[in-house]
Every structure is written in C-alpha cells, then in structure tokens.
Design a protein around this ligand. Structure first.
Ligand code: GTP
Ligand code: MG
Length: 365
C-alpha cells in the first residue's frame, strides 16, 4: 500500500535539512545549488501522541509507531522542464509520489545566495508550479493527439476524453494547477492515467530562521497572503534549528531545546501528520501487554482489510473484530470498564474502521 509523499521545491531551500530531521537515512545537505544528484527515500515514523496516552492505561513492553514513506527530491529551478539545473530526471521522481510537500525558503542568509538572486517564496512557489504545469501540458497534449487518432477510427469514448482533456489544456495553459479544475466523477478516468504533477495534493512548508519559528516573518506573511482562500495547509518550520534538535540523543534534551525555541512539538511532526492526512491515511491501534501499536489504513477500509495490514492471515481467516473507540478507552480506563459501559462492540466483515479504533481481531485459518 506504501503511499509516498515527496518533498519538492527550488534548490537550496532546505528540503534535505527538513528531511533529515525526520528520517533515519541521511541525505547530504550543502550550500551549493543543484549539488544533490539523487532523491533520498526515508521510512519515517508518524508521531502520534495518542500512543503515550494509551500506555497510561495499559502496561506494555514497547510502543510501535506507524510509518510512511517520504522522498526528498533534488531542487527544481526555472527551466527544469527543459533540463535546466538537475532537470527532468527529478520531475519523474515527483510523478511517482502521491502527495507533495512544497518547501519554501523564508529565511535570510547572506552566506547562502538564492539561485534567482533574492529571497522571495511567492516567486519560488510560482516558478515550481510553472515547471510542473509545463510538464503536465506536455502529457495532456500527447494524450490528446493519441485520442484524436482514435476518434477518427470512430471511438466514442475517445471523443469524451478529448472534451475532458481540452478542458485541462485550457486550465493548465492559463497557469492553473490541474487539481483546481472541477470535473465529473465519471470523467476522471480520462485524466487519472496521466498522473499529472499538479493534480497531486500539496501542502506548503515555510522554512524560517530560528527567531521566526513561532510567529513567522514577512516572507511567511507573503505566502499566507498569496494562498489566502485556497484551502492550503501551511506549516512553519525552523529547519536549521530543528535539525540541531533532531541530533540530540535524549528526549529530555530535545524537549528543553524545543521549549527554548518556543515550540511545544517539532514543526516537522506537525508536517508529517499533515502529510499523512493529505494521503487520506488514518490509524487504528492494537493494545496489549507486548506492544501498543499504531497501524495505517486508507480511509474507508473495512475490518477484514484493516486486519490484512497486520497480517494477511488475519484478513483471510477474519471472523470478527472487537472494537473500542480511543476516546472511550481513555475516558473509562480499561477494556473491562468499556464492556461494563456498553462501549465494547463486536463488529463483522462490513464494519468500516474509524480513525482511533482499538481493534482486536478474531480469526481462524
Ligand atoms: N540559515 C539557514 N540555513 C538553512 C536553513 N535550512 C537549510 N539551510 C542551509 O541551506 C543549505 C541548503 O540546504 P539543503 O537542505 O541542502 O537544501 P535543499 O533544498 O535540499 O537543496 P537541493 O537538494 O540542492 O535542492 C544548507 O547549507 C543548509 O545548511 C535555515 O532554516 N536557515
Ligand atoms: Mg537536497
């Protein structure tokens, strides 16, 4: 099921710095533009404070976080679609992702010149969008040509496809992203097979200097203004500071440094949770004396499918699921208390698992 979230942006804006805060694999950061020559893939933990709440009511040997994949993609530049900078190769890496984290440089640093001469996150955002749009237009045009041949051969479905794709050609050609065009559900098949880059859900990370970690700065304000009314998720992260904090061995030290920076949790944790949500993922728990564990499912999965995430045998031999809601369990304090209060439910094959469900699967193979 591995869904992947890609970190994108102009070169030298701090993508790898942010990636390194959350990933065990280390990507190389440096101050030279286009120095990165490959994408870094990391399996990262999705921080979920609920696991620690559950532990208060169940003695356990270990806590296991759920994970997701994030890939750090080398920087784009004006002209990437024509092979400028490190160019085209990485537009392909973006195509393989399911959602995007777009990092914007919102910090001054005289020692780190910007490829376009000045710090301007809104210009950068538009540059990256434009590069992706150009690539998408190419994909749309190519398919249109293919469909025109089919129409000449009398294919009805192709005719509808042309209508839909012409809509996209006009929309993207006017500097819009594919994701903002509303179309009918039955028309989606005509465009879905193109995996358009600007169709992917996106969130924005403003990478700021340490002093602006809480309140932001003028650059962040310009981004907020630009994205106003666009329903975009925007997160502020002081990348360089968080990278230092992430290096600290002890959790107590990390908490102390976070407090100094005025933060209650790392910005990257918020980012990971937001990315998880953007991918339409949610979590269920298993709770026991051996482990308390979070598992990832797609929204809408039923109980057997969710069981299959734990082990395929559980899906194959699924009999029933015993379900407690996270809130009930925390409020009442134990499985026994949940049973007494009628908050312990037996569910069958059609039960759609909810975020935060605590499941116990009965199965037989
Ligand atoms: N002052 C300051 N420097 C930063 C910050 N974040 C990253 N840098 C520096 O910016 C430079 C580039 O950072 P990277 O994380 O390598 O940038 P990138 O976006 O991955 O760059 P490419 O891989 O080339 O696209 C490094 O020298 C970092 O130390 C920040 O928040 N503040
Ligand atoms: Mg990098």
């Amino acid at each position: 099921m591995a869904l992947q979230c890609g970190i994108i942006g102009i070169t030298n804006v701090g993508k790898t710095t942010i990636f390194n805060c959350i990933s065990n694999t280390r990507g190389e950061t440096n101050a030279f533009a286009f120095s990165a020559t490959k994408s870094n893939i990391g399996v990262i933990q999705v921080p979920d404070p609920r696991l620690y709440e559950l532990e208060k009511h169940q003695v356990t040997e270990k806590i296991v976080h759920t994970t997701m994949e994030i890939v750090d993609i080398p920087g784009l530049a004006r002209g990437s679609n024509k092979g400028e900078g490190v160019g085209n190769k990485f537009l392909g890496d973006i195509r393989n992702t399911d959602a995007l984290i777009h990092v914007l440089r919102c910090f001054d640093d005289d020692a780190l010149p910007h490829v376009d001469g000045s710090v301007d996150p809104v210009r950068d955002l538009e540059t990256v969008d434009f590069e992706l749009q150009v690539k998408d237009l190419e994909s749309v045009e190519k398919k249109l040509q293919r469909l025109e041949k089919l129409v000449r051969a009398g294919d009805k479905d192709a005719k509808q496809g042309i209508e839909v794709l012409t809509g996209y050609r006009d929309h993207i050609g006017n500097f819009n992203n594919a994701r903002t065009l509303e179309i009918r559900n039955e028309d989606k098949k005509h465009v879905d097979d193109l995996f358009l880059l600007t169709m992917k859900p996106v969130m924005f990370v403003c990478n700021v200097d340490g002093k602006s970690a809480v309140a932001g700065n003028k650059y962040v304000d310009s981004v907020l203004e630009h994205l106003k009314g666009k329903d975009a998720e925007i997160i502020i992260i002081a990348g360089a500071v968080e990278a230092e904090i992430a290096e600290l061995e002890s959790r107590d030290d990390r908490l102390a440094f976070l407090q100094d920076a005025g933060l209650d949790e790392p910005g990257v944790d918020k980012m990971v949770r937001a990315a998880y949500k953007m991918l339409n993922l949610q979590t269920f728990f298993t709770v026991g004396p051996k482990e308390i564990r979070a598992w990832t499912i797609k929204k809408g999965m039923n109980a057997p499918q969710a069981s299959g995430v734990i082990h395929s045998d559980l899906e194959r031999g699924f009999i029933r699921a015993e379900v407690m809601k996270y809130r009930d369990f925390i409020k009442l304090g134990s499985e026994h208390a949940c049973k007494e209060a009628g908050k312990f439910n037996i569910e069958g094959k059609n039960y759609v698992v909810d975020d935060g469900d605590i499941l116990h699967i009965r199965f037989n193979v």
